[in-house]
Ligand binder design. Structure first.
Ligand code: MN3
Length: 189
C-alpha cells in the first residue's frame, strides 16, 4: 500500500494573512509531500507496507532501527492533523462542549491558551505543541521533531507546528507572534 498526500481542507491562500500562500506552497507542497514520498520509499518491501499510518507509527515508535520510517510516518500524520487544526476565519470562542472541558481542566479558556502558547514557544528547536486527551483529561504537551502523542497513548485534539518552516517566511524568528496569530485567527475549535 502506498500513502497519498491528503488534500488540504482549504485553498492554499485561505489562511492569509496569518499564513501566506507561499508558506503553504512550501509547507504542504514540499515538506509534507516529502514526508509522504519518503515514507512510501522506505516501507517498500518491508512488513510496514501492509499497515495503516497509525499502525506504522505505533509499531516503529522507540525503535532506533526504524527511526527513518517513524519520523516520516509521524510527520505525515502530524501535518495532516495540523491542517485540520486550522480554518479560514478560525479563532474566537471554542464550541460549547470543548469550552466546558477546557474550563474544567485548565480553569479557563485563557489559561488553556496561555499554557498552549508557553508549550509552543518553549519547545526548543523543532517540534509541536498539542492539546490532547489523556484518560479523559485534557492536557497540553509538546513533542520534539517528529514525535507525536499517538506514540504515547494520548489522543490528539489540536496541534500547532513550531518547526521554523511553519512560520519563518511570514514571521522570521518571531515564533511567539505566529502562535498568537494562530490562537487568535486560525485555530479550528
Ligand atoms: Mn511542518
Amino acid at each position: 500500500m502506498s500513502f497519498e498526500l491528503s488534500p488540504l481542507p482549504y485553498d492554499n491562500n485561505a489562511l492569509e494573512p496569518y499564513i501566506s500562500q507561499r508558506t503553504m506552497e512550501f509547507h504542504y507542497g514540499k515538506h509534507h509531500k516529502a514526508y509522504v514520498d519518503n515514507l512510501n520509499n522506505l516501507i517498500k518491501g518491508t512488513p510496514y507496507e501492509t499497515m495503516g499510518l497509525e499502525e506504522i507509527i505505533r509499531s516503529t515508535a522507540g525503535k532506533p532501527e526504524a527511526a527513518g520510517i517513524f519520523n516520516n510516518a509521524a510527520q505525515a500524520w502530524n501535518h495532516a492533523f495540523f491542517w485540520q487544526s486550522m480554518r479560514k476565519n478560525g479563532g474566537g470562542e471554542p464550541k460549547e462542549e470543548l469550552k466546558a472541558r477546557l474550563i474544567r481542566d485548565f480553569g479557563s479558556v485563557e489559561k488553556f491558551k496561555a499554557e498552549f502558547k508557553a508549550a509552543a514557544v518553549s519547545q526548543f528547536g523543532s517540534g509541536w505543541a498539542w492539546l490532547v486527551e489523556d484518560n479523559g483529561i485534557l492536557r497540553v504537551v509538546k513533542t520534539l521533531n517528529a514525535d507525536t502523542p499517538l506514540a504515547h497513548g494520548l489522543k490528539p485534539l489540536l496541534t500547532i507546528d513550531v518547526w521554523e518552516h511553519a512560520y519563518y517566511l511570514d514571521y522570521q524568528n518571531l515564533r511567539a507572534a505566529f502562535v498568537d496569530a494562530w490562537l487568535e485567527h486560525l485555530v479550528n475549535w
